[in-house]
Design a protein around this ligand. Structure first.
Ligand SMILES: Cc1ncc(COP(=O)(O)O)c(C=O)c1O
Length: 387
């Protein structure tokens, strides 16, 4: 690749840098320093900055129509810390199983495997985790005496597939969790990155089971560099989880600035960023339609930052990666999101931070690489994403 070649970076899930509110954030930082510098001299405690907790509790309460108390919400270093703390708190050190979607966030897979949890992937369809397969797996695990420590699920704008679990399926999930007495961990990182259609309620708003856990983030509506996320859980679960943190609390300075920034309302920024992200999704889908309709199938995400693309079975994935990368096109290969790192004919395209014109110019580069990485010119033999 020549050094002045264009880079089409669809690999990492990041927000759109063009919509970051630079001036408002500068002003918020100044106000935070003026108002809160005394508190910067203290450790923030295990729950963290009270003002930001109030705002995030309000964010959840307003979106879900269900009251969330700031006292049940702990700020973390990105939602990734919340994901990890939950795994640490719920593991026993023996044979600890965790059920997830068959395809799930690569960071979670790495973190959970890293602390010795064994992941059991449930097959998916266009509506997320399949409940017939979940029921079957829970029955089998129960019969073997190896019920999972928890079910970790991405029900909304799933990473990597973009699926949304409808409310009826969520009810089934909650009822299976109840029947087998297994806590559910809902990671709703992308909850406010919404483009169109009805919003489905979160699991915590549908079920008051005190063992269920909810995870949120500021990375996807504001910026990952602020490293702020949170977990919401009832006692004694909340105490059990935060007892696993040894970092003296999350970054109080970042929380103070973000709280100042959001003090006048948390939705305005989403109203500005989501249309720009939706436009990127539309450009990507239109490009794929024009270039790859005869051989591929893809998701049309109604929110989130990712599109999941199924490539022909005869695609040599290593060759595809090499050809695309040599031409400046980067994506995340599907295997990284499979709970067993299985080689699968999928790739994830993260479109949130790619400039519009690079989406338009990038898709033909990807399309050419896919065609060249195949061993045939056969038209596609599948019509859906998961069958
Ligand atoms: C599902 C999911 N959970 C958690 C994270 C971690 O995000 P952060 O730690 O930046 O909040 C990500 C990031 O991509 C994600 O996709």
């Amino acid at each position: 690749m020549s050094s002045d070649a264009e880079i089409y970076d669809f690999a990492v899930g990041q927000t759109d840098p063009e919509t970051f509110p630079v001036e408002a954030f500068k002003a918020a930082a100044l106000r935070a320093i003026e108002n809160e510098h005394d508190a910067f001299n203290k450790y923030p405690g295990s729950l963290g900055h009270a003002g930001l907790r109030r705002l995030m509790a309000e964010r959840e309460s307003v979106r879900e129509g269900y009251p969330v108390s700031p006292e049940q919400l702990a700020l973390t270093n990105g939602s990734m810390q919340a994901v990890t703390l939950v795994g640490q708190a719920l593991r026993t050190g023996g044979d600890d199983y965790v059920i997830t979607e068959e395809f799930t966030y690569s960071g979670t897979i790495a973190a959970y495997k890293g602390i010795g949890l064994k992941l059991v992937g449930i097959p998916m369809d266009e509506q997320g985790m399949r409940m017939d397969k979940l029921a079957q797996t829970l029955h089998e695990m129960s019969a073997r005496g190896t019920l999972p420590r928890f079910i970790y699920t991405l029900t909304t704008y799933q990473n990597p597939t973009g699926t949304v679990m409808p409310i009826e399926r969520k009810r089934e999930l909650l009822s299976l969790a109840e029947r087998f007495d297994v806590p559910v961990v809902e990671d709703n990182c992308y909850g406010d990155v919404h483009f169109e259609g009805e919003k489905v309620p979160s699991l915590f708003a549908m079920d008051e089971n005190p063992r269920h856990i909810y995870i949120g983030s500021l990375s996807k509506i504001l910026a990952p560099g602020v490293r702020l996320g949170y977990l919401y859980a009832r006692e004694p679960m909340l105490g059990k989880i935060v007892s696993k943190r040894f970092d003296a609390g999350s970054n109080y300075f970042a929380a103070a600035v973000v709280a100042e920034y959001y003090k006048d309302g948390i939705w305005q920024h989403c109203e500005e960023t989501n249309p720009s992200l939706k436009h990127k999704r539309d450009l990507l889908v239109a490009g794929l339609q024009a270039e790859l309709d005869d051989i591929c199938v893809w998701s049309n995400p109604v929110g989130g930052l990712f599109l999941w693309l199924r490539v022909p079975d005869d695609t040599d994935m290593a060759k595809l990666t090499r050809l695309a990368n040599d031409r400046g096109f980067f994506f995340a290969a599907g295997a990284g999101f499979h709970v067993d790192y299985k080689a699968v004919p999928y790739i994830r395209l993260a479109f949130g931070h790619v400039p519009d014109e690079l989406i338009v110019r990038g898709v033909p580069v990807l399309a050419r690489a896919i065609r060249e990485a195949r061993t045939s010119n056969e038209p596609r033999s599948f019509s859906t994403l998961f069958e």
